[in-house]
Design a protein around this ligand. Sequence first.
Ligand code: C2E
Ligand code: CA
Ligand code: CA
Length: 313
Amino acid sequence: AMNISIHHTCSFVVMEYPYPPLTPEEFMENMVSLIRLAKHQPTQNYLHYSSASLEQIKEMSNMALTLNENVLNKMENFHVVIQPVVSAEDGKIKGGEVLLRWKFQGKDISPAIFVPILEKGDMIHIVGRWVFEQTVRSSIRIVSYIPDFYVSFNVSLRQLTDTGFSQYMQEIMDKYHVEGSHLVAEMTESFFDEQPEKLTHFVQECSKMGIRIALDDFGSGYSSLRMLLQYPSNIIKLDRSLLHEITDSGQKQYFIRSIVYACHQFGKQVCIEGVETEEENNIIKETGCDMIQGYYYHKPIELNKFYSLLSEM
Ligand code: C2E
Ligand code: CA
Ligand code: CA
């Protein structure tokens, strides 16, 4: 009666019955895999698959299955590493970013692959809480070496729907007697567009605990100056892609320098990410940024290695 039309996409699978024949179970399994794959690529009119790609799909769902099992089995096969962040002024270690690692069939899988799988469901809530506890635990040892050190951790957009997260954070900080001033939560621009209220709430909770906020990956998407200034953050992390964007080094330096200048005007610190070469480092150092994080200085390393690095300083 209200004339509302609802559009729903359908996926069909056409399968040739092969010779030698499959068991009915195998047949169904292949069909379900293909449907799943089609749903993931809704813009394609049709997909054609061979047995090789079916194997690949099976391997992928096997991986996702193991991933979820590992999470539920007390974070089996997971651990965290830390990438040092240095002061742009003297190259000395000032902070570090905690990064998640997961082993599948003995091999390290990139977080760029497994984090999105965790983000599809509430698994990321469990993982995010665990990462936070690891961050707090590691900070105890680190702060004993460098009192004004900070450790940052990544927060996924979906974790904003974990309503007990900030309370959990407070409990963990109390448990280990760690103050929020040593911690930084890294979040991306998408939070601002997709969950502005939840973001504001989370940021308020963090600031009550003394935890600072970093805007991660700035310059990797459709970033704007408005985003830079409106995002409730203390630190801006400039994405590595900004280093590639402009080819002529004079131009590059001037461009990044203007961003750094604008951030400083608004009381924000700037960390430039992904500095790999000496040439890049020379350009970066002239921009007036506060911190640098990149392979040129340090790759992500095991916590024990990091502690011994600090004790040698
Ligand atoms: P991110 O937050 O931007 O983390 C920085 C990534 O850049 C890390 O990759 C780091 O190894 C890499 N990197 C640092 N310096 C350089 C450099 O000089 N050159 C190049 N090419 N890369 C550099 P990683 O560890 O593979 O992490 C990838 C992404 O996975 C992270 O990007 C983050 O979005 C996500 N991630 C990692 N750990 C966590 C976590 O605990 N929770 C959540 N939610 N996401 C995480
Ligand atoms: Ca990050
Ligand atoms: Ca980043």
